[in-house]
Design a protein around this ligand. Structure first.
Ligand SMILES: Nc1ncnc2c1ncn2[C@@H]1O[C@H](COP(=O)(O)OP(=O)(O)O)[C@@H](O)[C@H]1O
Ligand SMILES: [Mg+2]
Length: 234
């Protein structure tokens, strides 16, 4: 079977500005990958490039064996790539429920009712406006919205950022469940390296737009000095 995601020799950025260089990675179906690195190294740009929001200067991006590097964003979404952007980007003037129904792509396992089971707090807030729920609930909604699009590959950009520890724990449990029980392939960008390494199988570290480390997550987790050298902000 083809990999869920294969990236070879990618150089990408914003217009003429190149941010990513020599990016190679392969992620198997149902695999999970943590993307780590300090601020500004290109993590968001990597996810945005897979989704089609940047300028691809060179290289190939394949999703399930199919070249997608030059497809528009909506085509990639239609094929099954889901994106939880760092800015969440939920609709503030729509209710929680409306946010879900406008994003739903029926035919897969994820319906609004099923994501309410995953996030009971969203069920309680279903009639509240997107801007009248807490930051944690907004993040849950951002993930829920991606899920009702029924993706096979889910790209998540710092879903734990700025949230209270109790919410971080709840979200992390959901992410772990998506990886282990729900047959999703997941790419997780995260500042909290240890948390991301605990739920993923593999990890890569970016620095200045290049991959400077790639390997099993457990290996990095077991080597705190190495991890600190690679990702801790000085
Ligand atoms: N829209 C943009 N236009 C031009 N440069 C950008 C844009 N967004 C990010 N960058 C630059 O790309 C680099 C990587 O940013 P980003 O991918 O957001 O890093 P990270 O997510 O790792 O913090 C940074 O130098 C940043 O200034
Ligand atoms: Mg970022």
């Amino acid at each position: 079977m083809a990999d869920a995601l294969s990236i070879r020799g990618v150089r990408a950025g914003y217009g003429a500005t190149v941010v990513l260089e020599d990016i190679d990675l392969a992620l198997a179906e149902r695999g999970s990958l943590a993307v780590l690195g300090r601020n500004g190294v290109g993590k968001t740009t990597l996810l945005a490039t897979v989704m089609g929001h940047t300028t691809l200067h060179a290289g190939a991006i394949e999703y399930r064996g199919r070249p997608v590097g030059h497809l528009p964003v909506y085509e990639r979404a239609r094929l099954g790539i889901g994106y939880v952007p760092q800015a969440r980007e939920i609709f503030p003037s729509l209710t929680v429920e409306e946010n879900l129904t406008v994003s739903a792509r029926p035919g897969g396992r994820w319906t609004p009712e099923r994501v309410y089971e995953l996030f009971p707090r969203l069920a309680e807030r279903r009639r509240h406006m997107g801007n009248h729920i807490s930051g944690g609930e907004q993040q849950m909604l951002a993930i829920a919205r991606a899920l009702v699009g029924n993706p096979a590959l889910l790209l998540m950009d710092e879903p734990l950022e700025g949230l209270a520890p109790i919410i971080v724990d709840a979200l992390l449990a959901v992410i772990a469940r998506l990886i282990r029980e729900e047959a999703l392939t997941v790419v997780l960008v995260e500042q909290s390296a240890r948390l991301a390494l605990e739920v993923t199988e593999r990890a890569l570290v970016l620095n200045r737009g290049r991959i400077v480390h790639a390997g099993p997550s457990a290996e990095l987790l077991a080597d705190p000095d190495r991890l600190a050298g690679l990702v801790v902000t000085q």
